[in-house]
Design a binder for this molecule. Structure first.
Ligand code: FAD
Length: 467
């Protein structure tokens, strides 16, 4: 059949990877068609990920801070929750951003085609739209079809009380009791939100620590604080079975410690995400997809089919929006004929929990596993005037150095605003900075950013005594 549309570049999926690639390519002069199954652009991140979760976490933080003010002699009383208003605020934030994207697409003359896309040939994609199937012929393509929540078997998924992160962000109601299965970033962020809004939240995690993969020392202050705010945290524990009954979701646990309760009003399953590689007809275009659904790419984001690129969650971990956008610009520039390749050394990770945990580059865990010679400097926030003034001195900042070159190779921060503070450490690593470079940079006083400089000064030997 003859194609309904033709373009120089087809982008499949309009998440942070897809819209960034489409816009960059259009700015570089390519004629772009952007295919997205949902009416709203922005993908998981803007619609059901980063942005709505952070809007709700802000509310959770304010509630927690207001409670803490009682110890400073100021009481606000018990918060009264209007869930409809809170939901409307969150949806408003999402709407502003996704609406902005639609305008930006229009401005750049990116043609947006709404429907589910499936490759049918190396240069053709069929899109199932409301007005029937449209065939798009393209010279080059960028796949940015993202990922979706892993629906762990053994849960009654047909019952609305069993939720994935998208359902949890919808805030249908405020359950009296919530079980969060999975103590990773997404599970713990949602645990913070629901606990602040009044749910009794229990977390179960299979691994021996929360936030598996992250250095244990960074997790400790979070675990201590959550221990006080949640109904229970159970490590090395899993759900053996869950059944939907009238009075709630009945759960049978297995493992090191068992939660006090075994019937929950709602259950959030947050045990990871699976890439959408197996759902796009990749084989028809000859694109290699591995058993888990990932598409392998080279340093220019090209798949095994040279005119088809892939970016974002669908090419692998870490599944983070800022990784997707970085890859998107690269793929778009290469598609437009520029000679570029992946040059970033590190990708920061942040858990926007309370307190936040942020880390970048080599971790102590990784150094140990790989036998790397490192040195570590830690600055406790108990010695930061700003942290004390905020009554949040539980955090610390640490920098990790290569023992030979003395350069910063990693860092981790736990504490309020850790996510904002980690950017400096990422910059230091990218710039090949040594401890003295950070230590000699004048940081404003009194700020939390000084804690990073202090860690550098400890390493540099300019501070030996921490007050
Ligand atoms: P996606 O955002 O998944 O976009 C893919 C798009 O492709 C979707 O819109 C989908 O509808 C579309 N699509 C897929 N298949 C087809 C098809 N066949 N036809 C048409 N369209 C299709 N990351 C961070 O960096 N910071 C955070 O704070 C953060 N918080 C998160 C919180 C939650 C609850 C979740 C779930 C994720 C969070 N993430 C966060 C991860 C982040 O959302 C993803 O890494 C990011 O969205 C990946 O971008 P992407 O462009 O690869 O794919």
């Amino acid at each position: 059949r003859t194609p309904d549309m033709e373009c120089a570049l087809l982008v499949l999926g309009a998440g942070p990877g897809g819209y960034t690639a489409a816009f960059r390519a259009a700015d570089l002069g390519l004629d772009v068609v952007l295919v997205e199954r949902y009416a709203s652009l922005g993908g998981v991140c803007l619609n059901v990920g980063c942005i709505p979760s952070k809007a709700l976490l802000h509310t959770a933080e304010v509630i927690a801070e207001a409670e803490a003010m009682a110890a400073h002699g100021v009481s606000f009383g018990t918060p009264r929750l209007d869930l409809d208003k809170l939901r409307a605020f969150k949806d408003g934030v999402v709407g502003k951003l996704t609406g902005g994207l639609a305008g930006m697409a229009k401005q750049r003359k990116v043609r947006v085609l709404q429907g589910v896309g499936m490759f049918v040939a190396p240069h053709e994609l069929d899109v199932q739209t409301d007005a029937g199937v449209k065939r798009v012929r393209f010279a080059q393509a960028i796949i940015a079809a993202g990922s979706q929540a892993l629906k762990l078997p053994g849960f009654p998924w047909d019952d609305a009380r069993v939720m994935d992160s998208t359902d949890a962000l919808a805030l249908a109601d405020m359950p009296k009791s919530l079980l969060v299965v999975g103590g990773g970033i997404i599970g713990l962020e949602m645990a913070c939100v629901y606990a602040a809004l009044g749910s009794a939240v229990t977390v179960v995690e299979l691994a021996e620590q929360l936030m598996p993969g992250c250095d244990a020392d960074l997790v400790k202050p979070l675990q201590q604080r959550l221990g006080k705010r949640l109904a229970g945290i159970h490590l090395q524990t899993k759900v053996a079975r869950a059944t939907a009954q009238k009075d709630g979701i009945h759960v049978v646990f297995e493992g090191a410690s068992k939660p006090a309760r075994d019937v929950f009003d709602r259950v959030l399953v947050a045990v990871g995400r699976v890439p959408n590689g197996k759902r796009i007809g990749a084989e028809a275009a000859g694109i290699a997809v591995d058993a888990r659904g990932y598409i392998a790419v080279d340093a220019q984001m090209r798949s095994n089919v040279p005119h088809i690129f892939a970016i974002g969650d669908i090419v692998g971990n870490p599944m983070l929006a800022h990784k997707a956008t970085h890859e998107a610009k690269l793929a778009a520039e290469v598609a437009a004929g520029e000679k570029r390749e992946w040059l970033a050394r590190v990708i920061p990770s942040v858990a926007y929990t309370d307190p936040e945990i942020a880390w970048v580059g080599v971790s102590e865990r990784e150094a140990k596993e790989k036998g790397l010679a490192i040195e570590v400097a830690r600055f406790p926030w108990a010695a930061s005037g700003r942290a004390l003034g905020m009554d949040r001195s539980e955090g610390f900042s640490k920098l990790i150095f290569d023992a030979q070159t003395r350069r910063v190779v990693g860092g981790g921060i736990v504490g309020v605003h850790a996510g904002d503070l980690i950017a400096e450490v990422a910059l230091a690593i990218e710039m090949g900075a040594e401890a003295a470079d950070i230590g000699h940079t004048i940081h404003p006083h009194p700020t939390l950013s000084e804690t990073v400089a202090m860690a550098a000064e400890i390493m540099d030997g300019s501070i030996t005594d921490l007050i």
